[in-house]
Unconditional design. Sequence first.
Length: 465
Amino acid sequence: MNTVVDTKLIQQLDSEHFLHPFTDFKDLATRGARVITKAEDIYIWDSDGARLLDAMSGLWCVNVGYGRRELADAAHQQMMTLPFYNSFFQTTNVPAVELATKLASLAPRAGERSFEHVFYSSSGSESNDSNVRMVRRYWDLLGQPQRKVIISRNNAYHGSTMAGASLGGMGGMHAQGDLPIPNITHIEQPYYFGLGRRGETAEEFGLRAAGWLEEKILALGPEKVAAFIAEPVQGAGGVIIAPETYWPEIQRIVDRYGILLISDEVICAFGRLGHWFAYEKFGYRPDLVTFAKAVTSGYIPLGGVMVGNRVAKVLIDQGGEFNHGYTYSGHPVACAVGLANVNLMEREQLPQRVRTDIGPYLASLFLKLNEHPLVGLAETCGLVAGLALVRNKHSGEGFDPAHGVGMVCRGHCFRNGLIMRAVGDRMIIAPPLTITHAQVDEMMALITRCLDLTLEDAKRNGWLQ
Ligand code: PXG
């Protein structure tokens, strides 16, 4: 395929007609968007011919890497057979059924906490809207309509629709659009490096952070609380990995008050943390699991909710008609690609590879960054990793946010052929699960070089302590 483009023309048309998500439109128009023209394996190319190692898997989704022919073939074949049909009016289609069956078979069995049903959407945001609808319907059907409140966490990301953004804990999003919507509230995140007290161990902090959930439940009145929603590892919030003591305590608390647990695995499922579903890694037992992104490795939009037996049974046996769904719930092409993707991941044993091979290899190198003068704490979990840039390594004190050190580092990454994301002053990666050992070495060399360049800038500008 011809990937030669007139960069200036595309940039001009882009600024004239395309409003990008989460973007300062006027600012982008002055610089011109980077035009990405092609991708292969773990690399992307821009219209100037520059090659970049994509350590973010697109946007946390291209788990099998770029250019996988069998996903394109699955889409092509399905488009020629049945490109679309709805599943509203007592009809179904083969790929949607096959993928739901496959996903149910991948989720571990645990009685009431088993997953045998899938509700489809086209994105993570829509899936979380579906969660809100299902959770409230569940409690209504059980005769407890006062159970409305969903508790989430500060700095969580659960999407950009009205409900998704409300569930999320991003102040900037709440400030635009009068959010959160009613009956959604937040507790503090389990971010040990940022919120741990001096002298407090990570384990102690994990218990204290989980305790904020119990405090909130008691403050609201347990009879008013419907569910707790959380990401296994907070992704967009900057790869926040809770201490080991956190999840068992959360499980104890939701069980004690009978509250539903929603695991938002839009980033963490499909091998990212070394398991098909991330709750397996931490050993908790959710009632609902949100998925999207890597279910198709991002090749085509698809999302959904794994609905556990506890909720499914009530919706099915007592619910009558559920007045909720999307045109593209169970889209045959998206589901065909999803099925091909999951089969490919299974054949290449990607979750296992992350757990036993490439995840530990990444950790062995990434954790060495803890010796770098700019790094406060570097951590990994499966194939996500994050580090905090700090001005004083010993006290852990951060930079003045006005310096935008994370963005300075990200700029160096772009110029040196690496996509690494900055979330404030946290630098984060989530490379494709297919990344080779040699490519991890290549990525780590780039990361180290960009940290060194950022350190030089910080010194030159007098930002260090
Ligand atoms: N839940 C989680 C945990 C997510 O990470 C969504 C829901 C929403 O999914 P959709 O498909 O509606 O976008 C997400 C999405 C970032 C970034 O900057 C992360 C996401 C989306 C956009 C940007 O890291 N995650």
